[in-house]
Design a protein around this ligand. Sequence first.
Ligand code: NAD
Ligand code: TYD
Length: 353
Amino acid sequence: MRNFETILITGGAGFIGNHVIRHFVKNWEARIVNFDKLTYAGNLENLTDVEDSENYTFVKGCITDAKLLEEIFAEFNPDLVIHLAAESHVDRSIEEPLEFVKTNVIGTVNLLNVAKNSWKDADPEEKLFYHISTDEVYGSLGASGLFTEKTNYDPRSPYSSSKASSDHFVRAYHHTFGLPIVVSNCSNNYGPNQFPEKLIPLMINNIRSESPLPVYGDGKNVRDWLYVTDHVLAMEAIAQAGRVGETYNIGGHNEHQNIELVHNLCDLIDEKLNRDPGSSRKLIKYVTDRPGHDRRYAIDSSKIQAELGWVPHVQLKEGLSKTIDWYLDNTEWLDRVTSGTYQDYYQKMYEVR
Ligand code: NAD
Ligand code: TYD
């Protein structure tokens, strides 16, 4: 089992990143360095409960900035990098593909270069570059079948293409330069603190305010949903014992059509807010489909289950209920995030070093 003294986590102010940071700060003795640009998706309000912890440091910066990353590696000497920083929303990638190339491709290669150079004299057994990726790199499934680690890459959106490209570079740095790497590809995550542009928090926010619920196309696209803390536990298992050079698929065996999920959210929120049964479903509005919309994603996670003993713990009903409760208890967070005021506050508080 590997142990680490210093963990550099990129993108730790984002949705998944803040759960990763909180887990490692609270459960590990290692020093945790959170490196994040604080784009619209990065919100340090997600981390207020750990921001004063002795083993936690935040650095504001962009992963395309090689000089700053070299300084960070020299100052903190990380033995594990967990690389989450990315542009992550498919709809935005359709609007602005180049932003996705800059961060997801160029930023990742920049980070790989800095790790390679900074670790050149280190024992490779004592270092690990862990790249976090998505199941979307495998493309779109028909009605049956699952993505395995051997499924050919077939990305179809600018987002998934940029993530696929970054995955290839990570593996290339292992094969060409001997960089100790591991990659995981996970299905759709949900849970507290997710920016309300993604399906589940957007629907919760709109149901709460009785606004229209935009369902793309026929609503029958299928995603495999995983509660975010189950993803964090999978990452911990991979960081500790995943085989170097390998890829692990992570998923919840939890496939649902979007419309089923939206119905579930409507009914659960009606119940929690004492609204008339069925009233929120009336807000559903079928809208023009997303261009190139992938039909179905589903993950075979038998490799991580067999090798590392990881299994998801949170079932969808419980996970959705916990997620809804969090958003209904944190309406100020939602209001600050949707109005944009959170950004002014934290962007001004931290200078790029
Ligand atoms: P997110 O959009 O919520 O957060 C991304 C974070 O990265 C933000 O804090 C942002 O400020 C930071 N960031 C963006 N560009 C940066 C840059 N150039 N330099 C430094 N920091 C930068 O994303 P998320 O949903 O938390 O996803 C995290 C990672 O997990 C991504 O790599 C994503 O591809 C992957 N992933 C996400 C899901 C999902 O369902 N959300 C599923 C599988 C894999
Ligand atoms: P999303 O949360 O953007 O994740 P991804 O596209 O990376 O899987 O979308 C999940 C599914 O929900 C996807 O099939 C698109 C659909 N969707 C809607 O129908 N309406 C919406 O407003 C959003 C944001 C997504």
